[in-house]
Design a protein around this ligand. Structure first.
Ligand code: RP5
Length: 166
């Protein structure tokens, strides 16, 4: 079974990550969810990343706000792919977290999604896993098809609403 770790810097990040959790569960991905802080529990964060492969984890999603060094620190201790989610939890509206995550120095990449873009992090993790687990490719195509159907319905609904406007 494919396995993803979802790591957040603080329990206060959890609400932002709920869409990622439900998306991964919907795709049948096994989840390890941890609260680990790069500055409050640095040893535990390092230990987690060092042993992630042994734990059977294949992709790590790491979410953090403010200075947001958690994804980069985890990435430094593992060669597993790390996807960073900048969390909007500061007076700077998440721009601080976005820049901290996206501007990783050369050599230790962190794939970065939008501020609070947890669902895209889950989808990207699933796409990475789908290279190995071909059933996920079908599930991802199904997900895209349902988005297409939703937009087509919206298109018809809006056309109807517009035609009734005088
Ligand atoms: C970061 O600081 C966390 O990821 C969180 O987004 C932010 C605030 O954390 P708390 O003070 O709410 O624990 O480390």
């Amino acid at each position: 079974m494919p396995k993803v770790a979802l790591v957040m810097g603080s329990e206060s990040d959890l609400s932002v990550l709920t869409p990622a959790i439900s998306t991964l569960k919907r795709f049948g991905v096994e989840l390890v969810v941890r609260v680990l802080s790069a500055h409050r529990t640095p040893a535990a964060a390092a230990e987690f990343a060092k042993t992630a492969e042994e734990q059977g984890i294949e992709v790590i999603i790491a979410a953090a706000g403010k200075a947001a060094h958690l994804p980069g620190v985890l990435a430094a201790y593992t060669v597993l792919p790390v996807i960073g989610v900048p969390v909007q939890s500061s007076a700077l509206d998440g721009m601080d977290a976005l820049l901290s995550i996206v501007q990783m120095p050369t050599g230790i990449p962190v794939a970065t999604v939008a501020i609070n873009g947890a669902q895209n992090a889950a989808l990207l993790a699933t796409q990475i896993l789908s290279v190995r687990y071909s059933a996920l490719r079908g599930a991802l195509r199904g997900h895209r098809a349902s988005m297409t159907a939703q937009v087509e319905e919206s298109d018809k609904r809006v056309a109807q609403e517009v035609s009734s406007i005088e």
